[in-house]
Write a new protein. Structure first.
Ligand SMILES: NC(=O)c1ccc[n+]([C@@H]2O[C@H](COP(=O)([O-])OP(=O)(O)OC[C@H]3O[C@@H](n4cnc5c(N)ncnc54)[C@H](O)[C@@H]3O)[C@@H](O)[C@H]2O)c1
Length: 271
């Protein structure tokens, strides 16, 4: 496969999980990749932190799957706009441009509203919404200047479409990502830069294993249960299921698609 031969892909949150899967897949299809991750804890994130060893494993997985792919790997917090701008500038200097952006980094926290604090809310907005803006802000000016089009892919969630309870900051941030997607798709169309969002439901990663959230949902199963049901008889997707969509949207096969909210959710948002 070489749908992405010679392209450069910029992927945040790539130390593990879906971000790693996307990086390996895009490299396997011919892209050079710029991978970054905070590789450490974020206050009020209830998912266990990734590490620099995790990011090294992504590096190794890319080398194994796509030995010809050039890689830039760096520890960067998406809340740090200047560090992201520096990484994008370095990517352009070393790899000749940026064609594909995958804004994937994210955190999750949960509580019933009476226990959900302003600090929890702000923390998840800072990473999952402002972090997406920072990623776009660092990369898109280079894409406009290069004048060769491109594909920006924003990782939202089923919680960006439906009213996922007990995760109010997350649900608000993921809906906000749709706003960035739709506004930016209109703004960048004239540059042939496409902007789409992806909406997974449960995916088998560290974040997908949110046992505490499941416990709260089960407490309210009578009213909340159907909200979380899928149409397909599958509970959780594999990260590669999401990478299939990322690779498609990154490729010229999706040349006529922009402003799309692509649901990879086993039908749950159709309920
Ligand atoms: N797993 C699911 O069920 C699911 C469902 C829908 C959407 N998503 C979304 O998919 C994306 C990837 O999540 P995942 O499932 O691979 O979970 P994950 O926890 O394995 O991966 C998230 C990665 O983001 C990184 N990250 C967190 N805060 C960061 C920051 N401030 N700066 C840079 N990196 C940071 C983490 O270190 C981690 O490596 C997230 O945006 C998440 O919200 C996940």
């Amino acid at each position: 496969m070489s749908r992405l031969e010679g392209k450069v892909a910029f992927i945040t949150g790539a130390a593990r999980g879906q971000g790693r899967s996307h990086a390996v897949r895009l490299a396997s299809e011919g892209a050079h990749v710029v991978i970054s991750d905070i590789c450490g804890p974020v206050d009020h994130n209830m998912i266990k932190p990734s590490s620099s060893e995790d990011l090294d494993k992504t590096l190794q997985a890319i080398a194994d799957a796509a030995p010809g792919s050039k890689v830039i790997s760096r520890q960067v917090d998406v809340r740090d706009a200047d560090a992201l701008i520096q990484l994008a500038d370095d990517a352009v200097a070393e790899l000749g441009g940026i064609d594909i952006v995958v804004a994937n980094a994210g955190i999750l926290n949960w509580a019933e509203v009476s226990d959900y604090t302003t600090e929890m809310f702000t923390a998840v907005i800072d990473v999952n919404l402002t972090g997406v803006f920072n990623t776009v802000r660092a990369t898109v000016p280079h894409m406009i200047e290069a004048g060769r089009g491109g594909s920006v892919i924003l990782i939202s969630s089923a919680a960006g479409i439906k009213g996922q309870p007990f995760t109010l900051g997350y649900t608000a941030a993921k809906h906000g990502v749709v706003g960035i997607c739709r506004g930016l798709a209109n703004e960048l169309g004239e540059h042939r830069i496409r902007v789409n969002s992806i909406h997974p439901s449960g995916v088998e990663t560290a974040m997908g294993d949110a046992q505490g959230l499941m416990e709260i949902i089960m407490k309210h199963a009578e009213t909340m249960g159907p909200l979380f049901m899928n149409s397909l008889p599958t509970l959780m997707a594999d990260p590669s299921d999401i990478s299939n969509a990322v690779a498609f949207l990154a490729s010229d096969e999706a040349a006529m698609i922009t402003g799309l909210q692509m649901k990879i959710d086993m039908g749950t948002t159709n309920r």
